[in-house]
Design a binder for this molecule. Structure first.
Ligand SMILES: Nc1ncnc2c1ncn2[C@@H]1O[C@H](COP(=O)(O)OP(=O)(O)OP(=O)(O)O)[C@@H](O)[C@H]1O
Ligand SMILES: O=P(O)(O)OC[C@H]1O[C@H](OP(=O)(O)OP(=O)(O)O)[C@H](O)[C@@H]1O
Ligand SMILES: O=C(O)c1cccnc1
Length: 496
């Protein structure tokens, strides 16, 4: 059976229970066959390396994860499809899936939070049957949206206080990437999107200029500008590079601006989309100023990214607004974030205590950190600065009480120091408990404000775009001791 996409937005198309890798279904099946499917498991999602050589990443994806978890169920057409698989799953398993709901707990970092390698960002505690299924979709959402939010944060930094417009939809890796990418960019400081659906779904301001096609669709550039300005209300932006930016585009735009002014309307901006954007913007600025339009702004676009924006600023470009598409929405210089989802604890016997588990690797970076962990941001009370993120077990009270704690880097254990006068801010919040939404997720305005507030807490050395200082992510003694113990316990087996 194949459910053909009927082109009419068929409802099946939006159902995500099978938005998972086949091996998850097979593991669920094997757990079910063995009678272990109801045992509790704890998974943590994290990434190991920061993208783009940045000093931090920006967490995004939670809204989509929560929506997915809350609506997760197997529909009849999905069960029918599973019945046809070569594994010939027992009918009892299909029946089990028919009543499937997520009944576990999810703790997560809030969107917009600055995050760092190897710290848990989402913790899923549920029957292994449930926790296993959701890995793929959860990573899919978290990895893409966090990647785009991080890229957007770099662009925001380069653009300083200028206006940033997200223009990526036409180059995005399909429709969902466009809208969730627009949202992720907005979280990290973009001001608006050209994508109308993203604007409608999420309440992001929608903004747009016009394309070359508008100019080409008229007998002359002047006519095109006048007609566009006539048709649209105040504050139009005219694209001036269809023929020649300085010889025809800007002078024609100025002529239109004069006509608008005579009618009590105004032209708000021109857009330049090709050529030497530094030179053209400076010359266009001069022409506009000389004509008495010092308040008309200049928008630039054309394959921009954070490096080109920084470079154009160095060259003294007179650009007020940056339209950024392809490089942002595809994260062109690093098109994937390698977030992973690892089992850290499990019920060896149903109903009994959780036991920590480890994943070993020849590569020390890839050895997982066992046990169900919390993560705290340690903020120096005197300076208000974040100094380290600290992973500890739930029963460790010293950090919560603000007692003196040791900070050491698990990759460089000889480097350690102590911290006393700090506030420990828990990063993992209870989002879903017992399958029920525990907290109302913040709206985009609050997420953006929190993101901006967090940036203030980090030193410029961590925030800079090139060769930033690593921010410490450290383990409590107890977490480190347990990791060592499990490495010793399971290590030799690697060589057998
Ligand atoms: N002054 C500048 N310094 C550095 N990079 C620039 C400068 N001006 C433009 N760029 C960037 O150079 C790249 C190529 O620009 P180029 O001038 O080749 O485009 P174009 O060929 O004129 O545009 P199009 O192909 O859209 O017609 C783009 O990414 C653009 O943003
Ligand atoms: O360059 P981006 O950062 O992706 O920004 C979006 C681009 O999309 C439009 O170009 P269009 O699709 O018409 O193609 P072209 O200008 O590259 O020919 C627009 O004029 C921008 O150049
Ligand atoms: O509004 C614009 O100028 C725009 C929108 C999408 C892509 N390029 C430009």
């Amino acid at each position: 059976m194949t459910i053909h996409f009927d082109g009419a937005g068929g409802r099946e198309y939006g159902h995500l229970a099978l938005h998972t890798d086949k091996y998850q279904i097979n593991m669920m099946y094997a757990h079910w066959k063995n009678g272990t499917h109801n045992r509790k498991a704890v998974f943590e999602a994290y990434f190991r390396r920061l993208p783009f050589g940045n000093g931090y990443a920006v967490f995004a994806g939670l809204e989509r994860i929560v929506d997915y978890i809350r609506t997760l169920k197997f529909h009849e057409h999905e069960l029918a499809f599973l019945r046809e698989q070569e594994e010939r799953y027992d009918e009892g398993f299909i029946e089990e899936l028919r009543s499937f709901r997520f009944t576990g707990d999810i703790h997560a970092v809030m969107e917009g939070t600055l995050i760092f390698p190897n710290e848990p960002l989402v913790r899923v505690e549920a029957r292994v049957f449930e926790a296993q299924l959701v890995e793929t979709a959860l990573l899919n959402f978290m990895n893409y949206q966090t990647l785009i939010a991080t890229k957007a944060a770099r662009i925001r930094r380069a653009a300083e206080r200028d206006v940033l417009l997200e223009f990526g939809t036409r180059r995005a890796q399909e429709a969902e990437a466009a809208v969730w990418g627009a949202r992720a960019s907005y979280i990290a400081g973009f001001d608006a999107t050209s994508n109308m659906r993203a604007a409608m779904l999420f309440g992001i301001p929608a903004k747009g200029t016009h394309a070359h096609a508008w100019v080409q669709a008229h007998d002359s550039e002047q006519e095109a500008f006048d007609r566009y300005a006539d048709a649209l209300p105040d504050d139009v932006t005219l694209l001036v590079d269809t023929y020649d930016t300085l010889i025809s585009g800007v002078p024609h735009a100025i002529a239109t601006a004069h006509k608008l002014a005579a009618m009590g309307k105004r032209m708000s901006a021109i857009r330049i989309d090709s050529g030497d954007l530094a030179y053209l913007s400076k010359e266009a600025r001069r022409q506009l100023d000389d004509a008495g339009f010092a308040d008309v702004r200049i928008v630039a676009s054309n394959d921009l990214d954070e490096s080109i924006i920084a470079e154009l600023k160095l060259q003294g470009a007179r650009i007020d607004t940056w339209g950024v598409g392809t490089q942002l929405i595809t994260a062109a210089d690093q098109p994937a974030l390698g977030g992973v989802y690892k089992l850290v604890a499990r019920e060896a016997v149903q109903g009994e205590e959780l036991v920590p588990v480890i994943k070993l690797s020849g590569n020390p970076e890839k050895v997982s950190t066992p046990g169900r962990k919390d993560v705290y941001r340690l903020v120096n009370r005197r300076t208000g600065r974040a100094e380290a993120d600290y992973m500890a077990f739930g029963w460790e009270n010293d950090v919560r009480r603000g007692e003196r704690i040791k900070l050491f880097d698990p990759m460089q254990t000889y480097r350690q120091r102590f911290m006393t006068d700090y506030e420990a801010v828990p990063l993992l919040q209870p989002i879903i408990v017992g399958g029920e939404l525990k907290m109302e997720l913040p709206g985009l305005a609050a997420i953006r404000a929190e993101h901006r507030r967090q940036l203030e807490m980090f030193p410029p050395e961590v925030l800079r775009k090139v060769n930033p200082q690593p921010y410490p992510v450290v383990l409590s003694d107890a977490v480190w001791e347990q990791k060592k113990r499990l490495i010793e316990q399971f290590g030799p087996q690697m060589h057998e």
